[in-house]
Design a protein around this ligand. Structure first.
Ligand SMILES: *Cc1c(COP(=O)(O)O)cnc(C)c1O
Length: 430
């Protein structure tokens, strides 16, 4: 595959933008590859500036669910833009949008819109601290909640120790109030809360999507919910990926959990920068102008973004069978590809849930940070490159999830499984 024009753009970009990219994974650095430059996207496909086509399994990191450039959505956006692109004032669509979201997520009584998932989680934590008057927070090792300072830590051992920052520029002081627990290990949370009475909240991705897909063990989330209730700790569900992806009402409807605050993003913007956090009335009323927790945004509730998001959510609401379609396709990939892996003796496990999946090059069951990290990165790099050459774009990192849209046809799923077979045949007899 010729990627000459992409290469030229990338060389130029590196002189203008740090690393040539506006978000680090886009550099393809962890698979030692050069990024391709997208000219346009349509349905399940990305087309690069050199004229190559790829079936897209990244889908803007999960933000796209209807497929790229979905006709009805494009019309909605065109129409929205004609009425102005930003008012910084109230408008009817934000009310209708809030109504739709609250109807979809019974745990949300009031919500506030933001411009990204990062803003949503950052604000949710400020709110939890402001509401409880407590200082400390608990997150899980390997979870990503955006790039706010106090969440950029993963800690060492999952014990109630002080955390280490994961980025330069993040001070020890920024993360000294962040405890790190182990996903699927409720005892690791109990150990923290038994010693620390100053915990304001626990933030969790109910289905982890940022070290590959990792499913919660049965009861883990229920136990976490009971623990938080017992200790008066605010439970924050970060459903920025899972919201409207794994089910219409997110992972919380699948597991029957009633979190205090939910963060959404990605899908709810229809490809525009949107996030939101919402939850129990009593907690949400602590936000300004009602309460003393400050939170704001010039572009928050942007009319174009809100109309795009509302279109997507409304579309899904009217076609709940969409989730059966996504589920069926993911299941097919998991079953067929694991069979193929066995056939060619490639160590490979797929974790899958409606609309998203990850393949790990390991025979272990991947259920936490350590087992995800122990997968074979060299094999992943080979897999990535061979898939790209075959016209399939998977995440340029072994720890990112793969996503499906409603535009991925059953024929394309079959073609993808055939590509796996060809590649595993090659990797198997290394
Ligand atoms: C992507 C993501 C975020 C951050 O959202 P941005 O819009 O990138 O700021 C937060 N939490 C989770 C679980 C995410 O996947």
């Amino acid at each position: 595959m010729n990627r000459e024009k992409s290469q030229i753009f990338f060389e130029k970009a590196k002189k203008l933008i740090p690393g040539g990219v506006n978000s680090p994974v886009r550099s393809f650095i962890s698979v030692n590859e050069i990024p391709f430059y997208v000219e346009r996207a349509y349905g399940s496909h990305l087309f690069d500036v050199d004229g190559n086509a790829y079936i897209d399994y990244v889908c803007s990191w999960g933000a796209i669910i209807l497929g790229h450039a979905h006709g009805g959505l494009v019309e909605e956006i065109k129409d929205a833009v004609k009425s102005g692109t930003s008012y910084g004032l109230c408008h009817p669509y934000e009310v209708e949008f809030a109504e739709l979201i609250i109807e979809a997520f019974p745990s949300i009584e009031l919500l506030r819109l933001t411009n990204s998932g990062t803003e949503a989680t950052m604000s949710a934590i400020r709110l939890a601290r402001g509401y409880t008057g407590k200082k400390n927070i608990i997150k899980f090792k390997g979870a990503y909640h955006g790039h706010a300072d106090f969440l950029l830590t993963s800690g060492g051992s999952g014990m109630a120790t002080l955390s280490q920052p994961e980025s330069k520029g993040v001070l020890d002081d920024h993360v000294k109030n962040t405890h790190v627990a182990d996903f699927n290990n409720i005892d690791s949370v109990w150990r923290i809360v038994k010693e620390d009475r100053d915990v304001a909240c626990v933030i969790v991705e109910p289905i982890m999507g940022n070290m590959g897909v990792i499913l919660p063990d049965p009861d883990f989330l229920k136990n976490l919910e009971s623990l938080c209730k017992e200790k008066g700790i605010v439970l924050i569900f970060d459903e920025v990926i899972t919201g409207f992806r794994v089910a219409y009402g997110g992972a919380q409807t699948i597991f029957g959990i009633d979190p205090d605050i939910t963060c959404l993003g990605k899908i709810i913007g229809g490809g525009f920068p949107v996030g939101l956090f919402g939850g129990k009335r009593q907690i949400m009323e602590s936000i300004s102008p009602l309460g003393g927790v400050y939170q704001a945004g010039t572009l928050s509730g942007n009319p174009v973004a809100v109309r795009a998001g509302k279109y997507v959510v409304q579309y899904l609401k009217e076609r709940k069978e969409a989730y059966e379609y996504l589920e069926r396709n993911v299941k097919k990939i998991k079953e067929e590809v694991e069979k193929v892996a066995k056939k060619y003796k490639v160590p490979y496990t797929i974790n899958a849930v409606c609309g998203m999946f990850s393949g790990f090059f390991t025979e272990k069951r991947v259920r936490d940070y350590e087992s995800a990290k122990s997968s074979d990165k060299i094999l992943y790099e080979k897999f990535f490159k061979l898939m790209l050459e075959s016209g399939f774009f998977f995440a340029p990192s072994p720890y990112e999830a793969s996503f499906l849209t409603l535009a991925h046809t059953e024929e394309e799923i079959t073609a993808t499984i055939e590509a796996y077979e060809k590649i595993f045949r090659q990797l198997g007899k290394r």
